[in-house]
Design a protein. Sequence first.
Length: 352
Amino acid sequence: MAQTRFARPNVKSEPNRFFEAALEHFCVAEAAGPSAQSDYNLAGLSVRLRIAGAELSERIKPALAHLESSSQYRPDLTVYGWEGTMAPPAWDETAFGPGGEIDGFNNDRFRTVFHVGTATLSMIDCQEGCALFWTRDARRLPDHERSAPLRLILSWFLQSKERLFIHAGAVAHQSGGVLLLGPGGAGKSTTALLCLEYGWSYIADDYCAIDVAEQQPRVFSLYNSAKISQNWLAGVPHLKFLLPLPPIMHGDKHICFLKNKAVRQLIASAPIRLLLLLGRGDQNETMIEQGSAAEALRAVAPSTIFQTSASGAITLQRLGELVRRLPVRRLRLGSDFEQIPSKINQCLTGLK
């Protein structure tokens, strides 16, 4: 976007006018074709994607493919995505917040973030149930965006529907669902994929949705993607079949999509029975220890708030409710990977 200075926005009216002007550019791109429309069931809500451009569609849809559904009703959210031309910004460079939030364009109705580095705009109108995702060039979108597309838009939308988009992994067994908590590098992907290998159901390795309002809190799948470290893969070479060709990388991690590799083990949701705080130990044996609600909150809240741009106060309140209602354990990952799924199952079956 141009760096020309514009008048300061009128908070009451400017977001609406800009949204409408931007949507006109989507309509032009959609008419020029090719375009695609698809519906999804996300956390019990209906989401429709209208994507103009084959390249952008290829970078957004694979991670969501396992949740595709048919809908004959008005969706809860419609996302319009395109690349190329965009309405002139109604702000100047002084309006940018630390996370790309636009001053005057974030209120009870609208949420707006523009990332200069990737030249992407995410904007939602919560009142009307529609959102915009624009990028100047879909080919320049970083590969990690392919593993968790529309992250900001979905986090805003879910929060407006009393759900949470959180930074956590999740797996499920016959005894129930397990939320995997910890910062990047703690072992969420390792644990989720090892459980997948041993016949568990897979929900997420990095991002998922939760509903705390239910009597038994529930976790929902958002993406069927997984990240596999090259170093870790050397120890489990039989999982190389998961990797796509050509490879898709995020740093030293391969990004793979499980829809075409392990579809029978992908599930949309599960009741949460256990919160696991992950950490890597220097021992051979995997250890499980008692954890606390405060530890669980520290493990999930900062990264969730930072990576989603959702309301921090609401997120903290709902996460606080979650960690107080469920048992918490610490999982110290040992070097003997084969122990991990059985140790988690032992912990699950031992819960009252």
